[in-house]
Design a protein around this ligand. Structure first.
Ligand code: SF4
Length: 366
């Protein structure tokens, strides 16, 4: 039997980390981010190495294990929430068209940025600096105009879809430390309850939300595979590179849709499976890169057994994560793993009301 504490939202959780510690971390991450913007122009090679080799590879595993930590210390979030914390924002409500399409814009931004890494951002410090500057400025401007996190972090941020996909069943749940109080700025908010946000989207009567989750989960394994197997510039013509990236993503998405039809698996289960595959793909390529980074930094080559151990740990954690994620669905949807459309056709199957009660946090969404 469901009760409200089965998946407590952030309001019902205890904040274990003092506010001062979060503030110090935010100050540091914003400082590091601004420092990287400056050094991307003055010391481009060093900045590229630090950003792509030492920071970015750690993010997916952080989203997977404890996404709440990143949501609380991300420099873009800190800038986005600065107007709210220092009380100088406009607190506007996001226009409806932007509410509807912001997740899609975030997904497109992510795909374009990752694809363009191969041609530009991997090799050009100034281009990376401008990219960081643009995202930081966009987060700040979005926070100035729009209430809650609706101006960037919970809508347009290119990392949000990744965080939602990998972080839907966190091993360590760290409650949102920003929204005090919650102003109900977005529907099915990930910061309100990360464990339920994806289920709520999948079974939302607004089909767009489910579509965005399926779209991203479907294409991301292809995006990652394409990124690592397609040659980088200047070994390939830029147009051909983008064509190949699109081909890999479409193949991946096609496979997703085919499995959805053939297996009659619920969208929620399939997005979870594709998320786990994407994460394992990512580290299949990045664990050897991490070993090379370690060698460049300390002159020591980690033995192969350590690398295989890391693969094995990730694989086992992914299996546990899939199991835990699947189990959640059954607690909310009695007939899982039926598909949403089938659920609606079967008159005696009701979606569990607590999703709406828990996720639609504000009267504006009731
Ligand atoms: S809905 Fe509430 S918890 Fe979610 S971002 Fe907006 S204010 Fe924060």
């Amino acid at each position: 039997m469901f009760n409200k504490t089965t998946f407590p939202n952030y309001i019902q959780m205890k904040q274990h980390v003092p506010q001062t510690i979060w503030n110090i971390c935010r100050f540091l991450t914003v400082g590091i981010g601004c420092g990287l913007i400056i050094t991307s122009f003055t010391r481009p090679q060093l900045t590229l190495f630090i950003f792509w080799r030492m920071i970015v590879p750690l993010l997916p595993i952080l989203f997977f294990i404890a996404p709440g930590i990143w949501r609380n210390i991300c420099p873009m979030a800190a800038l986005n929430q600065a107007p709210r914390m220092f009380n100088f924002g406009r607190n506007l409500t996001l226009p409806n068209w932007l509410k509807n399409y912001a997740p899609l814009i975030g997904i497109i931004l992510f795909v374009v940025i990752v694809s363009t890494r191969k041609e530009l951002f991997n090799s050009s410090g100034p281009a990376l600096g401008l990219l960081l500057l643009f995202t930081f400025a966009a987060a700040l401007v979005g926070g100035y105009f729009f209430k809650g996190k609706s101006g960037w972090c919970s809508t347009l941020c290119p990392l949000l879809s990744v965080e939602r996909l990998y972080g839907q069943t966190p091993f360590v749940t760290v409650p949102n430390n920003y929204c005090q109080p919650c102003v109900g700025c977005v529907k099915n908010c990930y910061d309100f309850n990360p464990a339920l946000a994806n289920i709520a989207d999948t079974y939302d009567t607004d089909h767009r939300n489910s579509l965005y989750r399926r779209l991203f989960a479907g294409l991301v394994p292809g995006l990652i595979l394409g990124f690592y197997v397609i040659p980088d510039a200047p070994h390939i013509n830029i147009i051909v590179m983008y064509e190949w990236m699109a081909f890999f993503m479409l193949m991946s998405l096609g496979l997703f849709l085919m499995l959805e039809v053939l297996l009659k698996a619920s969208s929620y289960r399939l997005t979870t499976l594709f998320g786990a595959v994407a994460l394992n793909y990512f580290y299949l390529f990045n664990i050897p890169i991490a070993a090379d980074t370690f060698h460049q930094l300390f002159g020591i080559t980690p033995p192969a057994v350590i690398l295989w151990g890391m693969y094995a740990i990730l694989f086992v954690l992914s299996a546990i994560w899939i199991y835990r994620t699947y189990r959640k669905e059954r607690k909310y949807v009695p007939s899982a793993p039926s598909r949403t459309s089938e659920l609606r056709r079967v008159s005696n199957v009701k979606l569990a009301p607590p999703i709406d009660q828990l996720m639609d946090t504000h009267p504006s969404y009731r």
